[in-house]
Design a binder for this molecule. Structure first.
Ligand SMILES: Cc1cc2nc3c(=O)[nH]c(=O)nc-3n(C[C@H](O)[C@H](O)[C@H](O)COP(=O)(O)O)c2cc1C
Ligand code: SF4
Ligand code: FES
Length: 628
């Protein structure tokens, strides 16, 4: 097959080296080897094997990015040759992801979060300082050594503002600083991010974890208390008891307990986990795959990060139980690139578990074999949508697929696939260990168990909090110390950027699936972001609109065009330059919301107007064509 390689673009030794390190040495001349083997020229062979490795395209592009700082035409050519992918197609993939560069870029890049939590806490001031010292975002500075970009939420909102540094080279560096300030950010740029001491994990990010007994913590009980790097510490705290029980009660027994627990998915869609597990277990066709969705890119959300950083073995144990119950041979953790510490901790946990016979062949002598691979995203919110995630792992653009077929029947590589969120998984070991009915006794009739809430914004003690379902929003806010500095609460962004704004008189809502539904809200990814009278709410709403415009994959018209038109209408309202009256613009926004909700392929487009609509309906913003 002629791949139509980019004429004259040759990979240098470093680029070839990094690709060969990932894929092994090339075996055929047309697959990238310098010499022809004796029989090449007579028969073509190896094409299928090359193309079967297509799923390594994104890791290959990421490796080039980390080593060289961008994906050069030569590097792209060589990766394509090695994988049997046309450069035109690979270009489409490379250009999809915000953290991959297809033009030369300085080796050091600071990604400064200017999203909703960070702009309340100094993120914009950092951007302004960098603009002054380095020039506009994206421009090379200091003789092409560094540059900076703004970034959507980095998942560090409780420590806002946040900056992600990436330094390309032989020993690449990825480090997050949060909370960041102007001097530390400039030091990272001037001295190199390798000099920055990374922040110290989540100990202060889960304020309740200081006394798990008192707070009845389940998911957070190890956070800040049990060494996340030690498998022995994990086992001493009850770890791997769930897997032991799972093998004792068998696959049917595990699915029965999960079903009886009535656990609902925590990734946003609240689908019954037991039903999903049952469907995958019984799905014809092999192999089955399991995916832990750790893409967590919903602005305001950081709970999964804290679980992965502070209790990584729980994620691995839960996935192993899931793999056993649903006949999966292999599991993937798809984690966003912006979480370098979590990725490292998970990889170390996987290595330790393998070393102890808790992953790999014949786990605990059960006869069950299962292993886990980490795949990293590259800066695309949409990749968290489960079918987009399959495409991303398969080496395609992370564009959602139409459903049906559903993932349980045809998911990753078109095989039956179990996808669950990190928090959903971490519930599993205790459900199996103590039984589904015991779990179902916690919470409310319609919402069983506990839930993690991400408290951020103008709140006294930001962090992740765990409560049984049914707790009121007021109780959650009070546990976090209320509004920062005794300020006046003006609004709460609830559920995420795809969620809704609530007003102070709605805070007695019971936090359960059914309780929030009653007031037209949804728990989403557990975001509880507080705003007080010091915050410009119109600015926040416009940032949310910009987020959806940027993150739309562009595949379907209602979302691709609707998110742009929505942002434009808000800008006109804010500037007092409406087309017609403010009421006309409101009607236009409502019409756009209806079209996006009804006609978009996936949840991004369907939810892109939620926060905007609730803000216009309930908050004193955009009312008269001017922000107050
Ligand atoms: C735009 C978009 C982004 C999403 N991002 C995530 C994510 O980062 N993490 C996640 O677990 N689910 C995310 N989801 C939901 C997943 O598609 C899927 O429902 C979930 O991973 C299933 O796991 P659960 O049943 O445990 O909730 C997203 C959905 C949409 C529409
Ligand atoms: S709704 Fe938006 S994000 Fe989803 S497939 Fe359509 S264009 Fe892509
Ligand atoms: S880390 Fe900046 S808004 Fe979340």
């Amino acid at each position: 097959m002629d791949l139509h390689l980019i004429p004259g673009a040759i990979a240098d030794d470093a680029e070839r080296g990094i690709i060969d390190e990932l894929l092994g040495s090339p075996e055929t001349h047309w697959g990238g080897a310098d010499e022809r083997s004796p029989y090449e020229g007579h028969v073509g062979h190896g094409g299928h094997e090359l193309r079967d490795q297509r799923h390594l395209l994104l890791p290959a592009l990421q490796a080039l990015q980390l080593r060289v700082g961008y994906i050069s035409p030569g590097g792209l050519n060589y990766a394509c040759q090695r994988l049997g992918v046309a450069p035109a197609e690979a270009w489409g993939v490379a250009s999809f992801y915000a953290l991959l560069a297809i033009e030369p870029r300085p080796p050091v890049v600071a990604h400064v979060c200017d999203d909703i939590a960070c702009r309340m806490r100094g993120g914009l001031e950092i951007c302004a300082a960098l603009e002054q010292r380095l020039g506009p975002a994206g421009a090379p500075a200091f003789n092409g050594a560094v540059t900076w970009h703004t970034s959507p939420c980095l998942g560090q909102c409780e420590r806002a503002p946040a900056v992600l540094f990436q330094q390309a080279g032989e020993a690449p560096v990825e480090v997050v600083i949060a909370p960041a300030d102007i001097p530390t950010t400039l030091a990272g740029i001037l001295d190199g991010p390798g000099q920055i001491v990374p922040r110290s994990g989540g100990a202060t990010s889960a304020p309740q974890a200081a006394d798990p007994e008192e707070h009845g913590l389940r998911l957070l009980r190890r956070v800040g208390r049990v060494d996340p790097t030690s498998i022995d510490a994990y086992r001493a705290s009850g770890g791997y008891e769930g897997l032991r029980v799972a093998f004792a009660i068998g696959q049917e027994g595990v699915i029965r307990e999960v079903t009886e627990s009535r656990l609902m998915g925590r990734g946003g869609a609240a689908f019954p986990t037991g039903r999903k597990w049952n469907d995958v277990a019984r799905a014809p066709g092999r192999p089955h795959y399991l995916i832990c969705n750790a893409d967590e890119s919903e602005p305001g959300t950081f709970k999964d990060r804290i679980l992965m950083e502070e209790d990584p073995f729980a994620v691995i144990e839960a996935m192993t139980i899931g793999g056993y119950a649903t006949n999966c041979d292999h599991g993937f953790i798809y984690i966003r690139s912006e979480y370098p510490l979590a990725a490292r901790r998970l990889q170390d946990a996987i290595d330790s578990a393998r070393h102890r016979g808790l992953l790999g062949d014949d786990i605990m002598g059960s006869g069950f074999s299962f292993d886990i691979t980490i795949r990293r995203g590259s800066g695309a919110y949409i990749a968290g949508e489960e079918t987009a995630l399959f495409n991303s792992i398969e080496g395609l653009r992370a564009e959602p697929r139409n459903k049906p077929p559903f993932p349980t029947q045809a998911g990753l590589f078109r095989k039956p696939t179990l996808v669950n969120n990190v928090e959903t998984f971490v519930n599993i070991p205790d459900i199996v260990r103590f039984g589904g009915p015991a779990y179902a006794a916690i919470g409310t009739a319609g919402s069983t168990g506990t839930r993690l809430f991400c408290l951020a914004g103008r709140v006294e003690r930001p962090g992740v909090y765990e409560f049984p379902f049914g707790v009121t929003l007021r109780q959650v806010i009070e546990a976090a110390g209320g509004v920062k500095d005794g300020g006046t609460l003006t609004a709460i962004l609830f559920g995420g950027a795809a969620g809704t704004f609530l007003t102070p008189d709605e805070i007695d809502v019971p936090l359960s699936f059914e309780g929030t539904r009653e007031i037209g809200a949804s728990l989403g990814s557990g975001v509880v972001m507080l705003f007080d009278d010091k915050v410009d709410l119109a600015d926040t709403v416009m940032r949310i609109a910009a987020f959806f415009r940027d993150e739309s994959c562009g595949q379907c018209v209602p979302c691709r065009v609707g998110t742009v038109r929505q942002q434009e209408a808000l800008q006109r309202l804010a500037a007092g330059a409406t087309i017609g009256s403010a009421a006309d613009e409101h009607q236009r926004l409502t019409d756009l919301a209806t079209v996006m909700r009804d006609a978009s392929i996936c949840g991004l487009g369907q939810a892109a107007a939620n926060a905007v609509q609730s803000a216009i309906e309930k908050l004193p913003v955009f009312q008269n064509g001017r922000t107050p």
